[in-house]
Design a protein around this ligand. Structure first.
Ligand SMILES: C[S@@+](CC[C@H](N)C(=O)[O-])C[C@H]1O[C@@H](n2cnc3c(N)ncnc32)[C@H](O)[C@@H]1O
Length: 388
Protein backbone atom coordinates (compact mmCIF):
# COMPACT_ATOMS: atom_id res chain seq x y z
CA UNK A 1 0.00 0.00 0.00
CA UNK A 2 1.18 3.54 -0.69
CA UNK A 3 1.48 5.96 2.25
CA UNK A 4 -1.65 7.70 0.93
CA UNK A 5 -3.58 4.42 0.72
CA UNK A 6 -2.72 3.71 4.35
CA UNK A 7 -4.10 7.13 5.29
CA UNK A 8 -7.25 6.41 3.25
CA UNK A 9 -7.69 3.11 5.14
CA UNK A 10 -7.24 4.89 8.48
CA UNK A 11 -9.91 7.43 7.47
CA UNK A 12 -12.41 4.62 6.80
CA UNK A 13 -11.62 2.96 10.13
CA UNK A 14 -11.92 6.25 12.02
CA UNK A 15 -15.32 6.82 10.42
CA UNK A 16 -16.41 3.34 11.56
CA UNK A 17 -15.21 4.17 15.09
CA UNK A 18 -17.08 7.48 14.87
CA UNK A 19 -20.24 5.47 14.12
CA UNK A 20 -19.77 3.50 17.33
CA UNK A 21 -17.50 0.55 16.50
CA UNK A 22 -14.81 -0.31 19.04
CA UNK A 23 -11.33 0.54 17.73
CA UNK A 24 -10.03 -3.05 17.78
CA UNK A 25 -13.18 -4.32 16.06
CA UNK A 26 -12.97 -1.67 13.33
CA UNK A 27 -9.29 -2.49 12.73
CA UNK A 28 -9.96 -6.23 12.59
CA UNK A 29 -12.86 -5.78 10.17
CA UNK A 30 -10.73 -3.64 7.89
CA UNK A 31 -7.85 -6.15 7.97
CA UNK A 32 -10.21 -9.06 7.15
CA UNK A 33 -11.60 -7.20 4.16
CA UNK A 34 -8.15 -6.03 2.95
CA UNK A 35 -6.17 -9.18 2.24
CA UNK A 36 -3.81 -7.13 0.05
CA UNK A 37 -2.53 -5.35 3.17
CA UNK A 38 0.73 -6.83 4.45
CA UNK A 39 1.86 -6.80 8.07
CA UNK A 40 3.74 -3.50 7.62
CA UNK A 41 0.63 -1.92 6.09
CA UNK A 42 -1.56 -3.17 8.94
CA UNK A 43 0.89 -1.83 11.51
CA UNK A 44 1.10 1.56 9.78
CA UNK A 45 -2.70 1.88 9.52
CA UNK A 46 -3.06 0.92 13.17
CA UNK A 47 -0.47 3.54 14.13
CA UNK A 48 -2.41 6.22 12.20
CA UNK A 49 -5.68 5.27 13.91
CA UNK A 50 -4.16 5.08 17.38
CA UNK A 51 -2.25 8.35 16.90
CA UNK A 52 -5.57 10.03 16.15
CA UNK A 53 -7.39 8.42 19.10
CA UNK A 54 -4.63 9.48 21.51
CA UNK A 55 -4.96 13.10 20.38
CA UNK A 56 -8.47 13.20 19.02
CA UNK A 57 -9.37 16.65 20.35
CA UNK A 58 -6.17 18.27 19.10
CA UNK A 59 -6.46 16.42 15.78
CA UNK A 60 -10.07 17.58 15.37
CA UNK A 61 -9.00 21.15 16.08
CA UNK A 62 -6.04 20.97 13.67
CA UNK A 63 -8.17 19.33 10.97
CA UNK A 64 -11.20 21.55 11.59
CA UNK A 65 -13.66 18.66 11.79
CA UNK A 66 -14.56 15.42 13.53
CA UNK A 67 -14.85 12.92 10.66
CA UNK A 68 -12.07 10.52 9.70
CA UNK A 69 -10.73 12.76 6.94
CA UNK A 70 -10.49 15.87 9.13
CA UNK A 71 -8.98 13.85 12.00
CA UNK A 72 -6.30 12.39 9.72
CA UNK A 73 -5.47 15.84 8.30
CA UNK A 74 -5.16 17.16 11.86
CA UNK A 75 -3.14 14.18 13.06
CA UNK A 76 -0.60 14.52 10.22
CA UNK A 77 -0.24 18.22 11.03
CA UNK A 78 0.34 17.39 14.71
CA UNK A 79 3.22 15.17 13.56
CA UNK A 80 4.57 17.93 11.29
CA UNK A 81 3.78 15.81 8.22
CA UNK A 82 2.29 17.84 5.34
CA UNK A 83 -1.17 16.37 4.53
CA UNK A 84 -0.66 17.32 0.85
CA UNK A 85 2.02 14.59 0.65
CA UNK A 86 -0.62 11.93 1.47
CA UNK A 87 -3.85 13.35 0.01
CA UNK A 88 -2.83 12.93 -3.64
CA UNK A 89 -5.68 10.68 -4.95
CA UNK A 90 -2.98 8.55 -6.62
CA UNK A 91 -2.43 4.91 -5.60
CA UNK A 92 -5.71 4.79 -3.63
CA UNK A 93 -4.82 7.90 -1.63
CA UNK A 94 -7.62 10.22 -0.50
CA UNK A 95 -8.67 13.19 -2.65
CA UNK A 96 -6.48 16.31 -2.47
CA UNK A 97 -7.21 18.93 0.18
CA UNK A 98 -9.69 21.65 -0.70
CA UNK A 99 -8.65 25.29 -0.24
CA UNK A 100 -10.68 25.37 2.95
CA UNK A 101 -8.96 22.25 4.31
CA UNK A 102 -5.60 23.72 3.39
CA UNK A 103 -5.95 26.67 5.78
CA UNK A 104 -4.62 25.65 9.19
CA UNK A 105 -6.99 26.63 12.01
CA UNK A 106 -5.89 28.07 15.36
CA UNK A 107 -5.98 25.38 18.05
CA UNK A 108 -7.60 26.28 21.41
CA UNK A 109 -5.26 26.06 24.39
CA UNK A 110 -7.67 24.68 26.99
CA UNK A 111 -6.85 21.67 29.24
CA UNK A 112 -9.31 19.35 27.48
CA UNK A 113 -7.71 19.94 24.08
CA UNK A 114 -4.11 19.85 25.36
CA UNK A 115 -4.68 16.67 27.39
CA UNK A 116 -7.06 15.16 24.86
CA UNK A 117 -9.66 14.24 27.46
CA UNK A 118 -13.43 14.69 27.55
CA UNK A 119 -14.55 17.78 29.52
CA UNK A 120 -16.54 15.80 32.10
CA UNK A 121 -13.34 14.05 33.26
CA UNK A 122 -11.20 17.17 33.73
CA UNK A 123 -12.16 17.96 37.37
CA UNK A 124 -11.39 14.37 38.47
CA UNK A 125 -8.17 14.33 36.45
CA UNK A 126 -6.98 17.58 38.08
CA UNK A 127 -8.04 16.42 41.58
CA UNK A 128 -6.17 13.13 41.08
CA UNK A 129 -2.95 14.42 39.60
CA UNK A 130 -2.62 17.92 41.03
CA UNK A 131 0.54 19.54 39.70
CA UNK A 132 1.30 16.43 37.69
CA UNK A 133 -1.88 16.77 35.61
CA UNK A 134 -0.25 18.69 32.77
CA UNK A 135 2.64 16.23 32.42
CA UNK A 136 0.31 13.22 32.59
CA UNK A 137 -2.16 14.78 30.16
CA UNK A 138 0.61 15.47 27.65
CA UNK A 139 2.04 11.97 28.04
CA UNK A 140 -1.36 10.42 27.32
CA UNK A 141 -1.05 11.86 23.82
CA UNK A 142 2.18 9.98 23.09
CA UNK A 143 2.89 6.36 22.15
CA UNK A 144 3.44 3.95 25.05
CA UNK A 145 6.85 2.35 25.51
CA UNK A 146 7.31 -1.30 24.53
CA UNK A 147 8.52 -3.08 27.65
CA UNK A 148 9.59 -6.63 28.37
CA UNK A 149 9.72 -8.52 31.66
CA UNK A 150 12.80 -10.64 31.92
CA UNK A 151 12.03 -14.05 33.38
CA UNK A 152 14.86 -13.76 35.89
CA UNK A 153 14.33 -17.35 36.98
CA UNK A 154 15.79 -18.23 33.56
CA UNK A 155 18.13 -15.38 32.59
CA UNK A 156 19.68 -12.31 34.26
CA UNK A 157 18.50 -8.93 32.96
CA UNK A 158 21.97 -7.95 31.69
CA UNK A 159 22.26 -11.23 29.76
CA UNK A 160 18.80 -10.69 28.28
CA UNK A 161 19.93 -7.27 26.97
CA UNK A 162 22.71 -8.94 24.97
CA UNK A 163 20.60 -11.83 23.80
CA UNK A 164 17.75 -9.61 22.55
CA UNK A 165 20.24 -7.34 20.80
CA UNK A 166 21.63 -10.37 18.95
CA UNK A 167 18.06 -11.06 17.79
CA UNK A 168 17.72 -7.50 16.44
CA UNK A 169 15.92 -5.81 19.32
CA UNK A 170 17.66 -2.74 20.70
CA UNK A 171 16.79 -2.49 24.36
CA UNK A 172 17.87 -0.94 27.65
CA UNK A 173 17.13 -1.45 31.35
CA UNK A 174 13.95 0.32 32.45
CA UNK A 175 14.25 2.31 35.72
CA UNK A 176 10.74 1.47 37.02
CA UNK A 177 11.28 -2.26 37.65
CA UNK A 178 14.36 -4.43 38.12
CA UNK A 179 13.05 -7.01 35.67
CA UNK A 180 12.04 -4.54 32.93
CA UNK A 181 13.64 -3.71 29.59
CA UNK A 182 12.54 -0.97 27.19
CA UNK A 183 12.66 -2.05 23.56
CA UNK A 184 13.47 0.96 21.40
CA UNK A 185 14.04 -0.76 18.06
CA UNK A 186 12.87 -4.03 16.54
CA UNK A 187 9.77 -4.30 18.77
CA UNK A 188 7.80 -6.00 16.00
CA UNK A 189 10.24 -8.92 16.14
CA UNK A 190 9.50 -9.78 19.77
CA UNK A 191 6.73 -12.35 19.38
CA UNK A 192 8.65 -14.40 16.82
CA UNK A 193 11.98 -14.20 18.62
CA UNK A 194 13.54 -17.23 20.31
CA UNK A 195 13.85 -15.24 23.55
CA UNK A 196 10.06 -14.88 23.61
CA UNK A 197 9.05 -18.34 22.44
CA UNK A 198 11.49 -19.94 24.90
CA UNK A 199 9.93 -18.00 27.78
CA UNK A 200 12.92 -15.81 28.64
CA UNK A 201 10.88 -12.62 28.23
CA UNK A 202 7.22 -11.58 28.31
CA UNK A 203 5.63 -8.35 27.10
CA UNK A 204 4.57 -6.44 30.21
CA UNK A 205 4.42 -2.81 31.23
CA UNK A 206 7.06 -1.83 33.82
CA UNK A 207 4.53 -0.51 36.35
CA UNK A 208 2.74 -3.88 36.30
CA UNK A 209 6.09 -5.53 36.96
CA UNK A 210 6.87 -3.15 39.83
CA UNK A 211 3.45 -3.74 41.43
CA UNK A 212 3.88 -7.53 41.25
CA UNK A 213 7.46 -7.30 42.59
CA UNK A 214 6.32 -5.03 45.43
CA UNK A 215 3.80 -7.51 46.87
CA UNK A 216 4.52 -8.39 50.48
CA UNK A 217 6.11 -11.72 51.34
CA UNK A 218 3.83 -14.70 51.65
CA UNK A 219 3.96 -18.25 50.42
CA UNK A 220 0.41 -18.65 49.09
CA UNK A 221 -0.66 -15.87 46.76
CA UNK A 222 -4.04 -15.62 45.05
CA UNK A 223 -4.30 -13.41 41.96
CA UNK A 224 -8.04 -12.76 42.34
CA UNK A 225 -8.52 -10.83 39.06
CA UNK A 226 -6.00 -12.74 37.00
CA UNK A 227 -7.29 -11.98 33.49
CA UNK A 228 -4.66 -13.12 30.98
CA UNK A 229 -2.36 -13.77 33.91
CA UNK A 230 0.44 -11.28 33.20
CA UNK A 231 0.86 -10.44 36.86
CA UNK A 232 0.30 -14.01 38.08
CA UNK A 233 3.22 -15.03 35.85
CA UNK A 234 5.40 -12.27 37.26
CA UNK A 235 4.52 -13.29 40.84
CA UNK A 236 5.18 -16.95 40.04
CA UNK A 237 8.71 -16.11 38.87
CA UNK A 238 9.55 -16.08 42.60
CA UNK A 239 10.08 -19.79 43.41
CA UNK A 240 9.24 -19.18 47.08
CA UNK A 241 5.58 -18.58 46.20
CA UNK A 242 2.68 -20.90 45.36
CA UNK A 243 0.50 -18.91 42.97
CA UNK A 244 -3.23 -19.36 42.39
CA UNK A 245 -5.19 -17.57 39.68
CA UNK A 246 -8.89 -16.72 39.57
CA UNK A 247 -11.08 -14.56 37.37
CA UNK A 248 -14.83 -14.09 37.40
CA UNK A 249 -14.64 -14.80 33.68
CA UNK A 250 -12.43 -17.93 33.45
CA UNK A 251 -12.23 -17.63 29.65
CA UNK A 252 -9.86 -14.74 30.22
CA UNK A 253 -7.35 -17.21 31.68
CA UNK A 254 -7.48 -19.53 28.67
CA UNK A 255 -3.86 -18.94 27.60
CA UNK A 256 -2.47 -18.94 31.12
CA UNK A 257 -1.52 -22.63 31.19
CA UNK A 258 0.43 -22.29 27.96
CA UNK A 259 2.11 -19.06 29.08
CA UNK A 260 3.07 -20.62 32.42
CA UNK A 261 4.53 -23.66 30.66
CA UNK A 262 6.58 -21.40 28.39
CA UNK A 263 7.89 -19.51 31.41
CA UNK A 264 8.61 -22.72 33.34
CA UNK A 265 6.38 -21.81 36.29
CA UNK A 266 3.34 -23.43 37.87
CA UNK A 267 0.07 -21.61 38.52
CA UNK A 268 -3.06 -23.28 39.92
CA UNK A 269 -6.26 -21.96 38.37
CA UNK A 270 -9.25 -21.78 40.71
CA UNK A 271 -12.93 -21.47 39.84
CA UNK A 272 -15.02 -19.09 41.96
CA UNK A 273 -16.78 -22.04 43.61
CA UNK A 274 -13.42 -23.48 44.74
CA UNK A 275 -12.00 -20.33 46.34
CA UNK A 276 -13.47 -20.92 49.81
CA UNK A 277 -11.96 -24.41 50.09
CA UNK A 278 -8.53 -23.19 48.90
CA UNK A 279 -8.48 -20.19 51.29
CA UNK A 280 -6.88 -18.70 53.29
CA UNK A 281 -4.07 -17.06 51.33
CA UNK A 282 -1.15 -15.03 52.68
CA UNK A 283 -1.65 -12.46 49.94
CA UNK A 284 -4.81 -11.87 47.90
CA UNK A 285 -3.99 -9.59 45.02
CA UNK A 286 -6.82 -7.69 43.29
CA UNK A 287 -5.74 -6.13 40.01
CA UNK A 288 -9.21 -4.68 39.73
CA UNK A 289 -11.15 -3.79 36.60
CA UNK A 290 -10.87 -0.03 36.18
CA UNK A 291 -11.07 2.83 33.69
CA UNK A 292 -7.58 1.90 32.47
CA UNK A 293 -6.74 5.62 32.49
CA UNK A 294 -3.10 4.93 33.35
CA UNK A 295 -2.85 2.82 30.20
CA UNK A 296 -4.88 4.96 27.80
CA UNK A 297 -1.85 5.31 25.53
CA UNK A 298 -2.23 1.59 24.75
CA UNK A 299 -6.06 1.55 24.52
CA UNK A 300 -6.62 5.10 23.35
CA UNK A 301 -10.34 4.79 22.69
CA UNK A 302 -10.86 4.09 26.42
CA UNK A 303 -10.93 7.77 27.27
CA UNK A 304 -13.66 8.43 24.70
CA UNK A 305 -15.84 5.44 25.63
CA UNK A 306 -15.66 5.93 29.43
CA UNK A 307 -18.75 7.66 30.86
CA UNK A 308 -19.48 9.08 34.35
CA UNK A 309 -21.99 6.24 34.81
CA UNK A 310 -19.40 3.57 33.93
CA UNK A 311 -16.88 5.14 36.31
CA UNK A 312 -19.45 4.95 39.11
CA UNK A 313 -20.25 1.35 38.21
CA UNK A 314 -16.54 0.48 38.27
CA UNK A 315 -16.22 2.02 41.74
CA UNK A 316 -19.01 -0.28 42.95
CA UNK A 317 -17.41 -3.36 41.34
CA UNK A 318 -14.08 -2.45 42.96
CA UNK A 319 -15.75 -2.40 46.41
CA UNK A 320 -17.46 -5.75 45.76
CA UNK A 321 -14.13 -7.25 44.76
CA UNK A 322 -12.37 -5.91 47.85
CA UNK A 323 -15.12 -7.30 50.12
CA UNK A 324 -15.09 -10.74 48.49
CA UNK A 325 -11.29 -10.92 48.39
CA UNK A 326 -10.90 -9.79 52.02
CA UNK A 327 -12.74 -12.90 53.20
CA UNK A 328 -10.02 -15.08 51.59
CA UNK A 329 -7.07 -13.42 53.36
CA UNK A 330 -5.31 -15.29 56.20
CA UNK A 331 -5.57 -13.60 59.64
CA UNK A 332 -2.19 -11.86 59.34
CA UNK A 333 -2.26 -11.80 55.57
CA UNK A 334 -2.43 -8.93 53.11
CA UNK A 335 -5.15 -7.76 50.74
CA UNK A 336 -3.35 -6.03 47.89
CA UNK A 337 -5.35 -3.71 45.65
CA UNK A 338 -4.13 -2.28 42.35
CA UNK A 339 -5.45 -0.48 39.30
CA UNK A 340 -3.92 0.82 36.11
CA UNK A 341 -5.85 4.03 36.74
CA UNK A 342 -4.59 7.48 37.65
CA UNK A 343 -7.99 8.53 39.04
CA UNK A 344 -8.41 9.01 42.80
CA UNK A 345 -11.98 7.77 42.67
CA UNK A 346 -10.67 4.30 41.75
CA UNK A 347 -7.58 4.42 43.96
CA UNK A 348 -7.23 6.29 47.27
CA UNK A 349 -11.02 6.77 47.46
CA UNK A 350 -11.62 3.04 46.89
CA UNK A 351 -9.23 2.15 49.73
CA UNK A 352 -10.84 4.72 52.02
CA UNK A 353 -14.34 3.42 51.25
CA UNK A 354 -13.26 -0.15 52.08
CA UNK A 355 -11.56 0.93 55.33
CA UNK A 356 -14.55 2.98 56.46
CA UNK A 357 -16.79 -0.08 56.02
CA UNK A 358 -14.19 -2.40 57.60
CA UNK A 359 -12.73 -0.70 60.69
CA UNK A 360 -10.80 -3.87 61.55
CA UNK A 361 -8.50 -3.26 58.57
CA UNK A 362 -5.71 -0.77 57.99
CA UNK A 363 -3.61 0.39 55.06
CA UNK A 364 0.10 -0.41 55.46
CA UNK A 365 1.31 0.71 52.06
CA UNK A 366 -0.02 2.93 49.29
CA UNK A 367 1.84 4.07 46.19
CA UNK A 368 1.27 5.69 42.86
CA UNK A 369 3.52 4.85 39.96
CA UNK A 370 3.35 7.90 37.74
CA UNK A 371 2.62 7.67 34.08
CA UNK A 372 5.97 8.29 32.39
CA UNK A 373 7.94 7.54 29.26
CA UNK A 374 8.95 4.29 30.98
CA UNK A 375 5.61 2.99 32.24
CA UNK A 376 1.85 3.26 32.50
CA UNK A 377 0.29 4.94 35.53
CA UNK A 378 -0.53 2.52 38.35
CA UNK A 379 -1.80 2.52 41.92
CA UNK A 380 -1.17 -0.11 44.60
CA UNK A 381 -2.24 -0.40 48.24
CA UNK A 382 -1.66 -3.14 50.83
CA UNK A 383 -4.26 -3.66 53.53
CA UNK A 384 -4.15 -5.89 56.57
CA UNK A 385 -6.24 -6.62 59.64
CA UNK A 386 -5.47 -4.64 62.77
CA UNK A 387 -3.90 -7.05 65.27
CA UNK A 388 -5.60 -7.14 68.72
C1 LIG B 1 -7.34 -5.34 35.06
S1 LIG B 1 -7.91 -6.87 34.53
C2 LIG B 1 -6.70 -7.97 35.13
C3 LIG B 1 -5.42 -7.99 34.35
C4 LIG B 1 -4.46 -9.08 34.77
N1 LIG B 1 -4.23 -9.10 36.19
C5 LIG B 1 -3.13 -9.03 34.07
O1 LIG B 1 -2.11 -8.70 34.66
O2 LIG B 1 -3.12 -9.32 32.87
C6 LIG B 1 -9.24 -7.16 35.60
C7 LIG B 1 -9.86 -8.55 35.56
O3 LIG B 1 -10.82 -8.61 36.61
C8 LIG B 1 -11.83 -9.50 36.22
N2 LIG B 1 -13.00 -9.25 37.08
C9 LIG B 1 -14.01 -8.37 36.91
N3 LIG B 1 -14.88 -8.45 37.93
C10 LIG B 1 -14.41 -9.40 38.76
C11 LIG B 1 -14.88 -9.94 39.98
N4 LIG B 1 -16.00 -9.50 40.55
N5 LIG B 1 -14.15 -10.93 40.55
C12 LIG B 1 -13.01 -11.35 39.98
N6 LIG B 1 -12.51 -10.88 38.81
C13 LIG B 1 -13.22 -9.91 38.22
C14 LIG B 1 -12.04 -9.21 34.76
O4 LIG B 1 -12.62 -10.33 34.10
C15 LIG B 1 -10.61 -8.90 34.29
O5 LIG B 1 -10.01 -10.03 33.69
Amino acid sequence: MTPGARVAAAIGILDAIGEGQAAEQALTRWARGSRYAGSKDRAAVRDHVFDVLRRRRSAAAMGAGADGRALMIGSLRLQNLPPDDFFTVEGHAPAPLSDQERSVPAVPDDDGTRWNLPDWLLPEFRRSLGEGADAAGSLLGTRAPVTLRVNTGRIAREDAVTRLAAEGMINAPNPVAETALDVTEGARRIRNSASFTEGLVELQDAASQAVAAGLPEGARVLDYCAGGGGKALAIAADPARAVFAHDIDPRRMKDLGQRAARAGVHITELATADLGAAAPFDVVFCDAPCSGSGAWRRSPDGRWTLTPERLEELAEIQQQILDAAASLVAPAGVLAYATCSVLRVENEDAVEAFLSRNPGWTCIHSERINLSQHSDGFFAAHLTRLQE
